[in-house]
Design a protein around this ligand. Structure first.
Ligand code: GTP
Ligand code: MG
Length: 470
């Protein structure tokens, strides 16, 4: 496959670098609200199997389109030598620094992606820039990047563009989904038919990677579920501190462990989607940012009480949970706390409430060798909530354009009704309930089978959530 080249050109501050960042999924492209941020032609690559397939060249905005156009209009030499001659003629003029930089990729006959913010009025200077590109004569696609909602200027932009560009396409660099990026590649194939085969190959590579990422994400999420399901926090009993204090500390430590596991999974998901700069949590968010065990989270995410009752997972040991379900209260009867007594004296198992700190404890002598054990969790709702939060995070991540730098908005806006597992198809809920039952018994003969079934169904569901992308 040969290396295809496209230069991204346009007026300063229109979103050129944003287009580059989103197409190449590169969060390190410089983007800023200050016009003139990009000062040099800079190449960003798309590589597959270690081979560069596509170069997208970010460029500074036009500085002197009127003078440049005038110079082109008076050019008497060969058309193919015009750009080179222009660069030579202005080499020592600092006022043309950006104009020369943006022409560098054009010397190498890169295709042109002209970026314009069509949410503002068209000006004379825009027409001059378009004319400069028409004179250069390379295949050119106009990308309309709406920085604001306003579409009232669209007709005048279309009118000016259609006479000077081979194709016009809307591409919102800060909102573009995977499907819209694929459509951009469709447009490029129309723009340069002789490169259509290679462009199509790039598209296929991108689709394969997209699917692979979803599989990797599902693996990460299942791994989190497994760790959380079986997690135990153990601490040696200390005679000098009251049992109650030690038990609450142990529960807090257990919760902190799960929150850490969740954070690590979010980090892995960010790595998979090349979004490493995005936050794992943020300051002002509700269901995603509140700690895993916050009351609000337990109200809004996970299954409804009725759905939970129907999983068949709430039995005997989680009696506390059952009672809460009946009374309509929020359950914190999450844990089985067991003080496994060493020395063969015995063990107790209870279902204490975190709220009122009621812990059953047999009336007998405490030994220094006793341990406070929290977990594994016996409340299936914890699993559904963790899964819900992971999926909410994942869906946000996969649809977050790489050009966006407003990271503080990444986790916000997930509404109170945002829980996903409540609206899952019954089959998936059933499979995950089954998964919990089987996987809570390490070494279960059916573990491999249920794991496969769960991952397959989860992947199908994820794909359906992004159906426009497949
Ligand atoms: N809301 C919104 N903002 C955008 C969009 N595209 C660009 N911006 C913002 O517009 C400003 C300029 O974006 P850049 O991508 O740096 O623009 P540029 O054309 O590369 O700018 P220069 O390098 O200065 O010529 C930044 O503040 C971006 O966040 C968009 O589609 N939506
Ligand atoms: Mg730029």
């Amino acid at each position: 496959m040969s290396v295809l080249k496209f230069a991204v050109l346009g007026h300063p501050n229109e979103g050129k670098s944003s287009v580059v960042s989103t197409i190449t999924e590169n969060e390190r492209v410089n983007i800023s609200s200050t016009p003139g941020e990009t000062t040099r032609a800079t190449t960003f690559e798309l590589s597959f199997d270690g081979q560069v397939a596509l170069e997208i060249i970010d460029t500074p905005g036009f500085q002197n389109p009127a003078t440049t156009l005038h110079w082109f209009e008076n050019w008497k030499g060969e058309e193919s030598e015009m750009v080179e001659a222009f660069i030579d003629a202005h080499r020592n003029d600092p006022a043309f620094h950006h104009d020369l930089e943006l022409m560098i990729p054009l010397k190498e006959r890169a295709g042109i992606l002209y970026v314009a913010d069509a949410s503002r009025p068209l000006r004379e200077i825009d027409r001059q820039e378009m004319e400069v590109l028409r004179y250069i004569g390379l295949p050119r696609l106009a990308l309309l990047n709406f920085k604001r909602e306003n579409r009232s200027f669209l007709p005048e932009w279309e009118e000016a563009l259609k006479r000077r560009f081979n194709l016009i396409k809307e591409f919102n660099a800060h909102q573009a989904t995977f499907a819209q990026r694929m459509q951009l590649f469709d447009a490029l194939q129309h723009l340069i038919p002789e490169q259509a085969k290679d462009l199509n190959l790039i598209q296929q590579h991108m689709k394969t990677i997209w699917h692979q990422r979803m599989q990797d994400a599902v693996l990460e999420i299942e791994a989190l579920m497994l760790k959380a399901l079986r997690h135990q926090y153990k601490k040696r009993y200390q005679e000098s501190i009251t049992l109650e204090t030690q038990q609450s500390q142990a529960i807090a430590a257990y919760q902190a462990d799960l929150i850490l596991l969740e954070s690590r999974t979010r980090k892995q998901l960010r790595r998979i989607y090349q979004h490493e700069a995005l936050p794992g949590r943020d300051e002002n968010l509700d269901v995603m940012n509140d700690e895993l065990f916050a009351e609000k989270v337990w109200k809004l995410l996970g299954l409804s009480r009725q759905q939970l009752a129907m999983t068949g997972l709430i039995t005997g040991v989680a009696a506390g949970v059952g009672a809460d379900l009946a009374t309509g209260g929020i359950s914190f009867g999450v844990f089985t706390v067991s003080g496994a007594v060493l020395g063969g004296i015995g063990a107790w198992v209870g279902a204490p409430k975190l709220g009122n700190k009621r812990f059953p404890f047999p009336g007998r002598r405490k030994l220094a060798s006793e341990k406070i054990v929290v977990g594994p969790c016996k409340d299936p709702q914890l699993m559904f909530i963790l899964l819900d939060r992971s999926l909410l995070y994942l869906l946000r991540l996969m649809n977050w354009a790489h050009a966006r730098r407003d990271h503080e908005a990444f986790l916000s806006g997930l509404s109170a009704e945002a829980g996903l597992v409540r609206s899952w198809p019954d089959s998936l809920r059933k499979t995950f309930s089954h998964w919990i039952r089987i996987q809570s018994k390490p070494g279960h003969a059916d573990a491999g089978e249920i794991s496969k079934k769960f991952k397959t169904q989860l992947l199908e569901w994820l794909s359906s959530q992004n159906s426009e992308t497949t």
